[in-house]
Design a protein around this ligand. Structure first.
Ligand SMILES: C[S@@+](CC[C@H](N)C(=O)[O-])C[C@H]1O[C@@H](n2cnc3c(N)ncnc32)[C@H](O)[C@@H]1O
Length: 191
């Protein structure tokens, strides 16, 4: 699951993730958002369409090139594109941090620091949306950041959990392979 270029090609035109759509409903007016692991920009474009100023970050240049190609002209000045890794990034303060299907790929040894950085970048009322992978996931033995439910609950214990759905089902990858998904879809807010 590290051929990100092929993944970007397949998913470039995808709809925004449900977690982001739910997060956006929490805002009466747009603010500052960070889209971590933005890929080809399916969520970045939805954020821009909602009027947010967006910093889109990804470690892959090919993703950022694809994102740039598909931007509405009027939104360009509200977007900052950053090539960096989750492990080395500096996060500015934001109202919303979106991390769709990307935090499981953080170096597990650095994951707690990355999560702390996300917490620290969100002031009171700030929103996080994204996914975490659980222990039953087929990729759980692939060196990814995997969370047992109890660990996820501990991590979110200092947050207001707005929405959390656990998916533990057989399905397909974006590349068309069969896979067991164990995913926590999370929208939460700093109290
Ligand atoms: C599965 S894709 C998700 C893309 C998009 N958010 C979506 O929902 O379709 C994961 C993205 O995270 C990026 N990524 C993975 N590990 C990363 C890391 N350690 N630092 C920065 N970006 C990373 C990849 O380049 C890829 O674009």
């Amino acid at each position: 699951m590290t051929d990100w270029k092929a993944y970007q090609q397949r998913t470039a035109d995808g709809r925004p993730r449900e977690t982001l759509e739910r997060a956006l409903k929490l805002f009466e007016k747009p603010g500052l958002a960070i889209d971590l692991g933005c890929g080809a920009g399916r969520d970045t474009r939805a954020l821009l369409q909602s009027g947010f100023h967006v910093t889109a970050l990804d470690g892959e240049t090919s993703a950022l090139v694809k994102l740039r190609q598909q931007l509405p002209e009027e939104a360009r000045e509200r977007l900052t594109i950053v090539r960096d890794t989750f492990e080395t990034m500096n996060l500015a303060k934001a109202d919303l941090i979106n991390a769709s299907y990307c935090l499981p790929f953080v170096d597990p040894a650095r994951a707690e620091v990355v999560w702390k950085n996300i917490e620290n970048a969100l002031p009171r009322g700030g929103v996080f949306s994204g996914q975490f992978f659980g222990v039953n996931d087929d990729w759980a033995t692939s060196g990814l950041w995997i969370l047992a439910r109890a660990k996820l609950e501990e991590m979110l214990s200092t947050w207001e959990v707005v929405w959390c759905r656990e998916e533990d089902t057989q399905g397909m990858t974006a590349m068309g392979a069969e896979k067991h998904w164990h995913v926590y879809h999370v929208v939460c807010r700093r109290p």
